[in-house]
Write a protein that binds this ligand. Structure first.
Ligand code: NAD
Length: 514
């Protein structure tokens, strides 16, 4: 029975006696009054309760991490890569139960839960290769018989604050790169989805133990914004990588900035797909629907705005109006479901309130928007994804509502008009254009085109591969994670100049005779 959460937890090695997570230094911590019950958004049932760590627990975790860093940074990088390879293999072994737990705790459909674990496996593979490539440049010195190069050293303790919607993948993007870079990390998962964090910690702990390495290389601490604030303020944590809302990122960024630490911020998006008059609508509709209702609209890269050329507007609207009523909504673990529940009641309220607000501003609700009730929708978190005809400047359209609302926005004129609308929001995460016209595509990708961190052609806004750098501009926070050279932020760079001559020439030809 796929609802048997106890079975899933057993498969993941989490036993009933520590299901309350009250033991162990690294996760949970001493008993305190902050006991949080975790309910599944899929059926409202209690999964387990977790204890939030106290400030004293936090202190212990930081010290454990600092201790582990002393030895981990001395382990050769390819050997660190080997540990990450073993973690990747363990994740392969546990893909099925872990994917189910992600799905059950967060509410995304099983395919996406499994996909999330696959993403962790992929980043492990990437990191293993990277562990033999943490390369700097060599430069030619202006001075004779001098050599100059730069190299990268481990940075220290990395704080990772993650959001509920990717409860484990985003952590792994950070943690696996940090690990091969020689850093240790302290992970504070979202208080809405801590169990997947505990499950992953179990898996990793075994790998570390088998290799006689301290568990302090990967630390987990359960708590809410208070623990996040401790990480942000802590001078012993040189890098804080925080994923979540722009509101959270602004706070974390200020606190980390005030102590001149590094902040890697992955914040909210307000992503658009442009459909020009040259779009191949058959492939475009697949991207639009996956982007808008996938993960029930709870991806940072969810398609929230559809910017449609006026010549296609009616056609696109009709196509969406025929697809949306048929979307299979329901239990995310049931095969065939494409849309699961929202994370909690507050998210449902946010959805309903945004729809009310956009109607007040003149928006036209074309379809959906209601809460779904009845036996097949237990727990109170299921909604019918909404289609709204709207204008880009509406206050509601300018905000990220973390729910399945797609705003249909009409444009006339050339592609520049569409790009101006696409860029006309404060967020800058993901963007895409559907066109078979080379001039339109290149204009979209050029320096006066999309201002987002991700810009795609004939691909939707969501579902990035781990090989590229992931992140966005403007209020999305500017951080980059995952592939490409995103690893560099996890290391400290050092420039080295070596003189093997018998003289001491000064740079810039300065004469300084003593
Ligand atoms: P959230 O901001 O409510 O919480 C995210 C994390 O930050 C949680 O772990 C939370 O405990 C912590 N936190 C909250 N306030 C804090 C504070 N003042 N100091 C320190 N930590 C604090 O976000 P959420 O509801 O979990 O996730 C949804 C949001 O995350 C959306 O805005 C989405 O776009 C964004 N997101 C962005 C990316 C990205 O890569 N850009 C990826 C996933 C999610």
């Amino acid at each position: 029975d796929h609802h048997d959460i106890q079975q899933i937890l057993r498969e993941l090695g989490i036993k009933a006696d520590n299901a309350a997570f009250s033991t162990g230094l690294i996760w949970g911590g001493a008993a305190n009054e902050k006991n949080r019950a975790i309910h599944s958004p899929a059926d409202g049932k209690l999964i387990a309760s977790v204890r939030f760590a106290t400030a004293a627990d936090y202190e212990q975790v930081v010290q454990t991490a600092q201790g582990a860093f002393q030895s981990w940074r001395l382990v050769p990088a390819p050997r660190r890569g080997d540990i990450v390879r073993q973690i990747g293999n363990k994740l392969r072994e546990f893909k099925e139960p872990l994917g189910k737990l992600v799905s059950y705790e967060m509410g995304k459909i099983l395919q996406e839960g499994l996909g999330e674990v696959q993403e962790m496996i992929d980043i492990c593979d990437f990191a293993v290769g990277l562990s033999r490539q943490l390369h700097g440049f060599t430069m030619h010195s202006e001075r004779p018989a001098h050599r100059m190069y730069d190299q990268y050293h481990p940075l220290g303790v990395v704080g990772i604050i993650s959001a509920f919607n990717f409860p484990v993948a985003v952590w792994s993007w950070n943690a696996m790169l940090a690990a091969v870079c020689g850093d240790v990390c302290i992970w504070k998962p979202s208080e809405k989805t801590p169990l997947t964090g505990v499950a992953v910690q179990h898996i990793i702990r075994d790998v570390l133990r088998d290799n006689e390495l301290p568990e302090g290389i990967f630390n987990l601490i359960i708590g809410d914004a208070e623990i996040g604030q401790l990480l942000a303020a802590d001078g012993r944590v040189p890098l804080v990588s925080a994923t979540g809302s722009t509101r959270m990122g602004r706070k974390v960024g200020e606190v980390v900035g005030a102590r001149l630490g590094r902040a890697l911020l992955e914040l909210g998006g307000n992503n658009a797909i442009i459909l020009t008059e040259h779009a191949d609508l058959d492939i475009a509709m697949r991207a639009v629907v996956f982007g808008a209702v996938g993960t029930a609209g709870q991806r940072c890269t969810t398609t929230r705005r559809l910017i449609i050329h006026e010549s296609l507007f009616e056609d696109v609207k009709q196509r969406l109006l025929s697809i949306y009523p048929k979307l299979p909504i329901g239990n995310p673990l049931t095969e065939g479901t494409l849309v699961g529940p929202l994370i909690d009641e507050a998210a449902v309220r946010g959805f309903t309130q945004a729809l009310e607000a956009v109607k007040q501003e003149g928006g036209n609700l074309l379809f959906g928007g209601q809460m779904l009730t009845g036996d097949q929708y237990p727990g109170g978190n299921y909604v019918q994804p909404a289609l709204v005809e709207a204008e880009n400047h509406y206050h509601t359209v300018q905000e990220e509502t973390f729910a399945p609302i797609l705003y249909l926005i009409k444009y006339s004129g050339d592609v520049d008009a569409a790009i101006a609308l696409q860029n006309g929001v404060r967020q800058g995460l993901s963007s895409s254009i559907f066109t078979l016209n080379m001039r339109e595509a290149e204009a979209f990708l050029a320096q006066a085109g999309s201002d987002c961190g991700i810009a795609n052609v004939n691909i939707g806004t969501s579902g990035a591969e781990i090989g590229g750098a992931f992140g966005g501009e403007k209020e999305t926070g500017g951080g980059r994670e995952s592939g490409s050279d995103a690893w560099k932020i996890y290391m400290r760079r050092q420039t080295n100049t070596i003189n093997y001559s018998r003289e001491l020439p000064l740079a810039q030809g300065i004469k300084f005779d003593i």
